[in-house]
Design a protein around this ligand. Structure first.
Ligand SMILES: Cc1ncc(COP(=O)(O)O)c(C=O)c1O
Length: 389
């Protein structure tokens, strides 16, 4: 059975080049990067080369890169490494749970958190961030690209506001890295998170940019790894994979390779909108990363569509989370003002480097007929049809 994977914002396959680069670091070059003998030094040199590659992708110095176990740890290190009880933090209503639930934990610890809203396109107004500032604001944490809609936030403007107010600025760039150029200095952030498995490196490795002079308290206590910012023997193979994937991502960004991905994404959108009634793009009109589109199909359950498409070989996803047996509509889409039914009827299509135009045609063959079939079974849709005929 042919299978096409269009859920690359959930995770991506490891690039063959990254896999090959990692392979010797499981058995042949097994040294502990902290050891002073040959085996350790060989590993240390490889880790430092990977750090250089990740720094190139982030537009920062290698000494400012801290390797972590992924995006969630990078977000947690940025937030809990800086914020103390009685501090005030500004975040947004559309953050990934790695930031959102960290902020909720801060609230439980006695911090105050202001969650700025988004407009109908999913965009934050930098003036809301400015208006949210208080004398005790310690940190602004606002994502660069949203994982459900791909909408890019005005991080450079927010960076300026943070600098003027002398407040730390962290941005979760997990869904932006490798998809749009990143320059930490231009963004004006002090901290920036990325995750390996969203850019064709393995799961379980990530990085946090920590700008020079940003004093972070570590989350873990142990050895003096990562300049005492993250204790624990490094995930060497994962770091090597991340370095290779970062190098390839940077070359692709510099070479304009992402236009190919944007064209495939646009073809999905345009074809669906032309062939399926009562469908639309969530986040339309906002700047977005080139690999993502989030589309609502009114009168159906997104979850049902995901399952029906999966049975036919196409993997996509909803932004909805299943909690205690009930499907909660996505907090991102409801924050954008979508009614719960439309939020539940929304599907995310996210492309990766491995996707081809043939994959897109396969998807486009399935989607309209599957939506039509589910709508035939929908009492709400049938009632609407009966009224309008
Ligand atoms: C925006 C964003 N931040 C953070 C994370 C968490 O990253 P990880 O899975 O590496 O912990 C994700 C993963 O989905 C994400 O999309």
């Amino acid at each position: 059975m042919q299978r096409v994977y269009l859920d690359n914002n959930a995770t991506t396959p490891v690039l063959p080049e990254a896999f090959e680069a990692m392979r010797p670091y499981f058995a042949e070059h097994f040294g502990n990067a902290s050891s002073i003998h040959h085996h350790g030094q060989e590993t240390r040199a490889a880790v430092e080369r990977a750090r250089e590659a990740v720094a190139e992708l982030m537009g920062c110095r290698a000494s400012e890169v801290v390797f972590t176990s992924g995006g969630t740890e990078a977000d947690n290190l940025a937030i809990f490494g800086l914020v103390r009880p009685d501090d005030h933090v500004i975040s947004s209503t559309i953050e990934h749970h790695a930031v959102l639930n960290s902020c909720k934990r801060l609230q439980a610890m006695g911090c105050e958190v202001t969650f700025v809203p988004v407009d109908g396109r999913g965009l934050i107004d930098p003036d809301d961030v400015r208006r949210g500032l208080r004398a005790n604001t310690r940190l602004i944490t606002i994502m660069m690209a949203n994982n459900e809609t791909g909408v890019l936030q005005p991080v450079e403007e927010i960076g300026k506001i943070a600098a003027e107010a002398d407040v730390y600025f962290h941005t979760d760039a997990v869904q932006a890295a490798g998809k749009v150029p990143i320059q930490t200095k231009r963004i004006g952030c002090d901290l920036l998170s990325l995750s390996g498995h969203k850019l064709h490196a393995p799961q379980g490795v990530g990085a946090l940019y920590v700008g020079k002079g940003t004093l972070l308290q570590p989350l873990f206590y142990g050895g003096s790894h990562e300049r005492s910012r993250r204790a624990g023997t490094e995930n060497v193979a994962g770091i090597i994979g991340l370095g290779k994937a970062a190098e390839i991502a940077k070359t692709a960004l510099d070479g304009g390779d992402l236009a190919r991905m944007a064209a495939m994404r646009d073809r999905i959108q345009e074809t669906i909108l032309a062939s399926v009634e009562a469908a639309g793009v969530n986040g339309e009109g906002a700047p977005r990363v080139p690999n993502t589109t989030n589309i609502y199909f009114d009168y159906i359950e997104g979850e049902a569509l995901v399952i029906a498409l999966d049975l036919k070989g196409l993997a996509v996803s909803t932004g909805a989370a299943c909690s205690s047996g009930a499907i909660e509509p996505s907090h991102v889409l409801t924050a954008m003002g979508l009614p719960p039914d439309r939020a539940r009827a929304s599907i995310r299509f996210s492309l990766g480097k491995q996707n081809t135009p043939e994959d897109i045609e396969f998807a486009l063959q399935l989607i309209p007929q599957t939506v039509a079939h589910l709508r035939e079974l929908s009492p709400v849709y049938n009632r609407k049809q009966a009224i309008s005929s």
